[in-house]
Design a protein around this ligand. Sequence first.
Ligand SMILES: Cc1cc2nc3c(=O)[nH]c(=O)nc-3n(C[C@H](O)[C@H](O)[C@H](O)COP(=O)(O)O)c2cc1C
Length: 208
Amino acid sequence: MTPRPAGRGPEAREGATSGTEVPMDVHEAIATRRALRSLAPAEISDELIRDLAAHAGLAPSCANNQPWRFVFVAAPDRLEAMKSVFSAGNRWCHEASLMIAVVSRKEDDCVIRDRDYHLFDTGLAVAFLMLRATELGLIAHPVAGYSPDRTRDVLGIPAGFDIITIILVGRRAPEPNPTLSPEKLEAESRRPERLAFEEYAFLDRYGR
Ligand SMILES: Cc1cc2nc3c(=O)[nH]c(=O)nc-3n(C[C@H](O)[C@H](O)[C@H](O)COP(=O)(O)O)c2cc1C
């Protein structure tokens, strides 16, 4: 794992919102992150796992409820067991050095009339984790293509917790994964297109 530069731990920035601009490289992490699928082995240390968890844990949450829970899977036999949970199109996931199951449940976060916040808050934490992984030179790719039932069995996740995503972590492989479909192969070299501003951002009132 790339050592964290001194003074740049998650705790080092506390109270940094002084109202003046401080040099940061948030843009670079956001622009660099990619959901790549051709993974090569990465060294997974306890320090790395704690680092990723610590950055995720700094995410905001409704009433500071912190509903996110992560199961970090790095032991070879557990990674092997996890291979059975992925859908056929996600065969590339088998190459991950670290798999992170992300779970949360409704009762651990705000429910304001018909608004449940646990998925939203957990998504924020996942974004922070992925950006930190990107900063460390790692791929951190979230997927939805897995069996929640099998994942629950393999990892012993209690009933009542939603299994929201599994994040696959590794280094970028120099060669494309041979199991990728032509579209996914294309996405290895070119970021899939995004909506135009007008399609998702509105001024003063919803719509055009
Ligand atoms: C919730 C979620 C589920 C996803 N599920 C899968 C998946 O099952 N398999 C896969 O190959 N990619 C999956 N992806 C990756 C997306 O396809 C990818 O993020 C998108 O195409 C944009 O590419 P980019 O992240 O490299 O910009 C998922 C991403 C998210 C956020």
